[in-house]
Design a protein around this ligand. Structure first.
Ligand code: HSE
Length: 342
């Protein structure tokens, strides 16, 4: 059986959901993939928990749920131990990065990724900041050290945007992509449109469901969608866009009157992320658009997301669905780890 040693950096909602999933899927991983995932370290803000033979993950989760800190986990707790030391100690094969998205300077995730990749560890990451800011640098670092960089969880998570674009559409020219890439805004627009909920009420519900970002302005201002658009453009379209290249408008100005006017024309308003090949390069944007109800994206409701790729040889390919919550993100990390080990 193949055993892969994991170092988890960040133990918030996604990190914990991932740890729970690794425990829950242990038998399936062994049976179906001949794979054992062994968590040798978890690093959080105050330090780490380390056990080179493999941490007792259910025990650590119970300790943290009871209000304990990671670095206070019995004899395995290491108060003050920094991620850089853990990642360079030769006790892991893959970094699982789940620290919060920071698109100002990408930290602390950027340092985690640079340290891991430069020590030959592959990375599965849910954190968008480092990728949005430094994708080409990190990709080059991975190549130089024989490591791999897996970013499904940062790119709409349970919706397999990159797997479809890179693997399933291999050989086709991807000409255009348009999608609903943020569950929070789609939930808000759906609740306002179909149920007459207010914007504030629907946003509060999305927060309660755990799908909104800790800072929900990232969702409603369209910036989370822009991050995903950028990653899809740079991975699938081979572009080298930065956030400054993407025009972004969120949903804050969408009124019940706009929704009613769209509906009267057989349309519905969605926050659409768009990527197109144009003369001189790849162009990307994020904005609310009224789209026909019978459009492939028109029936995507609630927390669901969707993406349509338009190709030269395979026609239009639409994927939709996928959980937007921490379990969906954790499942995308797990998928990347399984695919890394194949
Ligand atoms: N807040 C995001 C969403 C989930 O609502 O889709 C993480 O990207």
């Amino acid at each position: 059986m193949k055993s892969v040693r994991l170092i988890i950096c960040g133990f918030g909602r996604v990190g914990r959901a991932f740890a729970e999933l690794v425990c829950r899927k242990c038998e399936k991983l062994a049976r179906d993939y001949d794979l054992r995932l062994c968590v040798t370290a978890v690093v959080d803000v105050g330090g780490a928990a380390v056990c080179t033979a493999g941490l007792d993950v259910p025990g650590l989760l119970a300790h943290v749920r009871g209000g304990g800190a990671v670095e206070g986990f019995g004899p395995f707790g290491r108060p003050g131990l920094a991620s850089r030391e853990v990642l360079s100690a030769g006790i892991g094969d893959v970094l699982v990065e789940t620290t919060p998205t920071n698109i100002v300077d990408g930290e602390p995730g950027l340092t985690h990724l640079r340290t891991a990749l430069s020590h030959g560890l592959s990375v599965a990451t849910a954190s968008k900041g480092p990728l949005v800011l430094r994708f080409r640098e990190l990709q080059a670092l991975a190549r130089a050290h024989g490591a791999r960089l897996m970013l499904s969880a940062a790119t709409a998570a349970a919706l397999p945007t990159l797997d479809v674009g890179l693997t399933c559409l291999a050989g086709a020219e991807v000409l255009k992509a348009e999608g609903i890439l943020n569950g929070t805004t789609n939930y808000i627009l759906t609740r306002m449109d179909l149920d007459g909920a207010t914007y504030a009420q629907a946003l509060a519900e999305a927060q309660h469901l755990g799908i909104a970002e800790p800072d929900p302005s990232l969702d409603v201002e369209g910036r989370d969608t822009a991050n995903k658009v950028l990653l899809i453009a740079n991975c699938v379209f081979g572009a080298s866009l930065t956030l400054a290249d993407i025009s972004v408008r969120g949903i804050a100005e969408v009124t019940p009157a706009d929704l009613a006017a769209a509906r009267a024309q057989g349309k519905t308003v969605k926050l659409i992320g768009r990527i197109e090949r144009a003369e001189g390069g790849v162009v990307a944007s994020v904005a609310p658009e009224a789209i026909p109800l019978d459009h492939p994206l028109g029936g995507v409701r609630g927390t669901e997301k969707a993406l349509t790729y338009l190709t030269d040889t395979m026609g239009a390919v639409t994927i939709s669905g996928g959980k937007s919550n921490p379990v969906g993100a954790a499942a995308a990390l797990l998928k990347d780890l399984i695919n890394l080990s194949r």
